[in-house]
Design a protein around this ligand. Structure first.
Ligand code: HGY
Ligand code: MN
Ligand code: MN
Length: 407
């Protein structure tokens, strides 16, 4: 029997979820534990319940909808996230959760019972935009972060993760954590240019790049912008500008795979007629080779030390998150490849430059990912787009791989 997902229903769910936190440029801003995230979680709870799933919330707000199987073997998890970046796209994360739900809806339509249970999971705080670092709650489930560290993370308005989780009413029980599973599958948009360059709808993901997130703090002397002679200044923003130029060089001098990004910069007091006193900025390094990341962080530290001593300002580098390069499980990758072949789709193997919750799940469960082509490779931007045909192809790969792994 040929079983396929209901594409129109999946696209309608994507469109409906995208209305929550919709931004004027056609994207979404749905930061974790915000009112928008709560509304999205409430909608997902309704949809999961309507699909006959047993909905469980764990102590970090991770949501799991369990579909019973004919055995009580550990489930096959189909997961992703519904939180977004600021002015992000409607597919990043959400497509993976809704494709997982569509798999369940399709199995229900066809009266199919799998041997192993299925579990649809929405991870709290995949993006790490409001509460750094990213992958915070899949990381906690995999043992990378302890629950105290997670609850004490603070956003830029000084709000605590734990307080916000309580505020939206999504703190459940630790025993509801998704964890022991027989397999983990995550469908996600590629967010890069590879599938478009090869004109292919889906990708078979071999693993995820490693990354390092650092916060650099430069402290100088705040003073009046007028009467302060240039040679007497200790300006942290000029020092930061020189360092940020150097961050780009640290990536480009390495090879054509290394990437480095300064995404956020905070200047104090940030007014036109005062020489800044303090500057704080982020540095995001990514690479498939852990030793390259080590080198890049060391080069950043040396650069900060050199520029700060030259300019008589104080510099501090806090590398607060490292995620190791993570290969996926060959058996899971093979199940995804089988599905791609059955569907007659071209095979393209690639690694992910973006981080995903599958990284931490791969540390504890055989895991794999399916990519759906991103138009223009664009993501973390309102113009993020994947075509209905590519979404259908990806969701059918998820369906067939899930059937194979839960047999
Ligand atoms: O940073 C990342 O790669 C992911 O989008 N959180
Ligand atoms: Mn994502
Ligand atoms: Mn993202």
């Amino acid at each position: 029997m040929t079983i396929r997902i209901n594409t129109a229903r999946l696209l309608e769910s994507v469109a409906e979820l995208a209305r929550i936190g919709a931004s004027e440029g056609g994207g979404v801003t749905r930061l974790t534990l915000s009112d928008e995230d709560k509304a999205a979680r409430d909608l997902l709870t309704t949809w999961m319940t309507e699909a006959g799933l047993d909905v469980r919330i764990d102590d970090l707000g991770n949501m799991t909808g369990v579909r019973r199987g004919s055995t009580d073997a550990p489930p096959v998890i189909l997961a992703s996230h519904i939180d977004s970046v600021v002015k992000g796209g409607r597919y990043d994360g959400a497509l993976g959760v809704l494709a997982a739900l569509e798999v369940v809806r399709t199995l229900n339509d066809n009266g199919i019972e799998t041997a192993k249970p299925l579990a649809v999971v929405n991870w709290t705080n995949e993006e790490g935009v409001r509460f750094e670092p990213a992958l915070l709650c899949s990381g906690a489930v995999a043992g990378a972060f302890d629950v105290g560290y997670v609850n004490d993370r603070v956003d830029r308005d000084g709000k605590r993760f734990g307080d916000e989780l309580d505020r939206i009413g999504y703190r459940g029980e630790i025993e509801n954590r998704p964890g022991s599973a027989s397999a983990y599958l995550e469908l996600h948009i590629e967010q890069g240019p590879v599938l478009e360059a090869d004109d292919l709808p889906v990708g078979i993901v071999g693993g995820i790049f490693g990354l390092a997130w650092s916060e650099v703090t430069i402290t100088g002397k705040s003073d009046h912008a007028g009467p302060s002679p240039m040679h007497l200044r200790r300006d942290p923003l000029i020092a930061a500008a020189e360092i940020i130029q150097g961050v780009e060089r640290i990536a480009t001098m390495e090879d054509d795979i290394a990437v480095a990004t300064v995404g956020r910069v905070a200047v104090e007091p940030n007014v036109i007629n005062t020489i800044p006193g303090k500057v704080v900025f982020s540095v995001d390094f990514r690479h498939p080779d852990e030793s390259v990341l080590d080198t890049q962080v060391s080069r950043l530290e040396a650069l900060v030390e050199h520029v700060c001593s030259e300019r008589k300002v104080e510099g501090k580098v806090d590398t607060f998150w490292r995620s190791r390069p993570t290969p996926f499980d060959p058996a899971i990758v093979a199940a995804i490849r089988d599905a791609v072949r059955v569907l007659g789709l071209g095979e393209r193997d690639l690694w992910s430059g973006a981080a995903h919750d599958a990284k931490y799940m791969a540390d504890i469960v055989p895991s794999g990912m399916i990519f759906v082509r991103s138009q223009g490779g664009l993501s973390h931007a309102e113009g993020e787009y994947s075509t209905p045909e590519d979404i259908e192809a990806g969701a059918n790969v998820l369906l067939l791989a899930a059937l194979q792994l839960s047999a």
